[in-house]
Design a binder for this molecule. Structure first.
Ligand SMILES: C[S@@+](CC[C@H](N)C(=O)[O-])C[C@H]1O[C@@H](n2cnc3c(N)ncnc32)[C@H](O)[C@@H]1O
Length: 467
């Protein structure tokens, strides 16, 4: 039953009186109400409680007020809560009483958090916060001075400021990153987490100025590394409302970790093209490619450069995020239009966790000449990563190849990502990465790095004859 749309049995409580009503979901925090007894409703009447019954449950909510509203669908008014404010969506969909104020339950714990922070780290953060305030004020004041200029003049002035004082500010940020490395050098995993939390609370307003840092912290899709964040990393632009915002956006994008992501995108296209060149006699069969955790598949633009390219490939794109897959589909369609070609792509909305549990996957999806997976293994623990690799290996045709990316333990942007961006990855050494393959009887396996050295790639070739 859809409780949002239907009337629900309920009564208001006033003293000892129970006043029967028809109630309906009005908004996340209010109900539409029709009084069922004969007494006409008087606007702004307060009640000590509301009792709602549905799904066989009885839910007692606290003090509320009826606010008269011009008749909406024959309802007398809207009921709002005057003390505890309830989340009615959660109530109707999950039969759970959740109050807005519940967020404050952890308040003592959060406030006490600062007592466990090292003084050297507090000093570091306080100095950084002071300096950032000074910088922000200066940049904001400059923005205000030329705000009335025509758009193109404004752009030119902002560029001049970015190229001069902006560059110096970026160097200042670089120095502060070096200092952060020193301050946290001996921290345990738990200390990193605790100090990272404190850092972000202290610098929250600055973090919110940078579109990418805002998104990695708020994680609107529930995880860091969604397609919008990837778009920002790939476009590597000065995005943001003000000069200060633009600089706070560009600085993380210029870190080696972000450059490594841009590098790996090129590596996919290069590796794929090289391997495909070895299959010159495939026609009419297509070269079958599987991208695991494809995101919005930005690399399609690098791979598909001509109508002939579009002819060669049959792609399968898999991701657990439906929005990312829709973006990938839109991108493929756009490339197809530009090239005047039809591109063969299958989309699979699934998690690798269900993939490993699916039997006879190769029968279901077929086998692939080449498969690649970028930006996923950095989130997988060794047992899961090993299981996923084993499954991916089965999905290769005999002689097929796969390329898997993982950030290396030495990633110099690690603390930037963890402290500023709340972006924690599962780092590996070469040995740990290679060890994930220990149960896989490959013909060739090797590890190589992209130019920044942040990211490594495991390149595996399947045996030509299956055992
Ligand atoms: C950092 S992005 C990388 C996207 C793309 N490969 C790239 O390099 O641009 C990580 C992607 O992994 C996907 N992902 C995360 N966990 C997954 C899982 N368990 N199964 C399938 N996809 C997953 C996310 O939805 C996201 O699109």
């Amino acid at each position: 039953m859809n409780h949002e749309a239907s009337n629900i049995k309920a009564h208001l409580v006033k003293g000892k009186k129970k006043i029967p009503i028809d109630a309906r979901y009005g908004s996340r925090h209010s109900l539409l109400v029709r009084l069922l007894d004969v007494n006409p409703f008087v606007g702004n009447t307060e009640f000590s409680g509301l009792v709602i019954e549905f799904n066989g449950g009885k839910f007692e909510l606290g003090p509320c007020r009826l606010v008269s509203e011009p008749s909406v669908d024959g309802y007398d008014g809207r009921l709002i809560f005057v003390s505890e404010v309830y989340d009615l969506q959660r109530l109707f969909f999950e039969s759970k009483i959740v109050k807005l104020q519940d967020a404050f339950l952890n308040l003592p714990l959060i406030l006490a958090h600062k007592d466990k922070i090292k003084q050297s780290f507090k000093d570091y953060t306080a100095n950084l916060s002071y300096d950032l305030n000074v910088y922000k004020n200066l940049f904001d004041e400059l923005d205000a001075e030329y705000a009335e200029e025509p758009e193109d003049i404004k752009k030119a002035i902002q560029k001049a400021i970015i190229d001069t004082e902006g560059k110096k500010f970026m160097h200042y940020l670089d120095d502060k990153l070096d200092e952060l490395e020193e301050v946290v050098a001996d921290f345990s995993k738990e200390e990193h987490e605790r100090h990272g939390f404190y850092f972000r609370k202290q610098l929250w307003n600055f973090i919110m100025c940078s579109p990418i840092m805002k998104r990695t912290n708020l994680k609107p899709r529930g995880y860091a590394g969604d397609s919008e964040m990837m778009r920002m990393i790939y476009s590597n632009d000065y995005e943001g409302e003000s000069t200060f915002s633009k600089l706070m956006q560009k600085h993380p994008l210029e870190q080696p970790g972000a450059q490594a992501v841009r590098n790996r995108r090129k590596i996919i296209a290069k590796t794929l093209t090289n391997i495909q060149n070895n299959y010159s006699d495939l026609q009419p069969e297509k070269f079958k490619v599987l991208s695991i955790a494809c995101g919005a598949a930005f690399e399609m633009k690098d791979i598909l450069l001509s109508p002939e390219d579009s002819e060669k490939y049959h792609f399968t794109l898999l991701d657990q995020d439906r929005s990312a897959l829709s973006e990938a589909a839109a991108r493929v369609e756009q490339i197809g239009k530009q090239l005047g070609a039809k591109i063969k792509v299958d989309y699979i909305n699934a998690s690798v966790r269900t993939m490993v549990a699916t039997r006879q996957l190769a029968k279901k999806w077929g086998q692939f000449h080449f498969l690649y997976c970028m930006g996923l293994f950095d989130y997988l623990t060794p047992p899961v990563a090993r299981a996923v690799l084993g499954t991916l290996y089965q999905l290769l045709k005999p002689g097929g190849e796969m390329l898997i990316g993982n950030f290396h333990i030495s990633n110099p942007s690690r603390y930037y990502m963890e402290y500023w961006n709340d972006w924690v990855l599962y780092y590996r050494t070469e040995e740990e990465f290679m060890d994930l393959l220990r149960d896989v009887p490959s013909e060739k396996k090797s590890i190589f790095f992209e130019d920044t050295g942040c990211q490594m790639f495991l390149h595996v070739k399947k045996q030509t004859k299956e055992l």
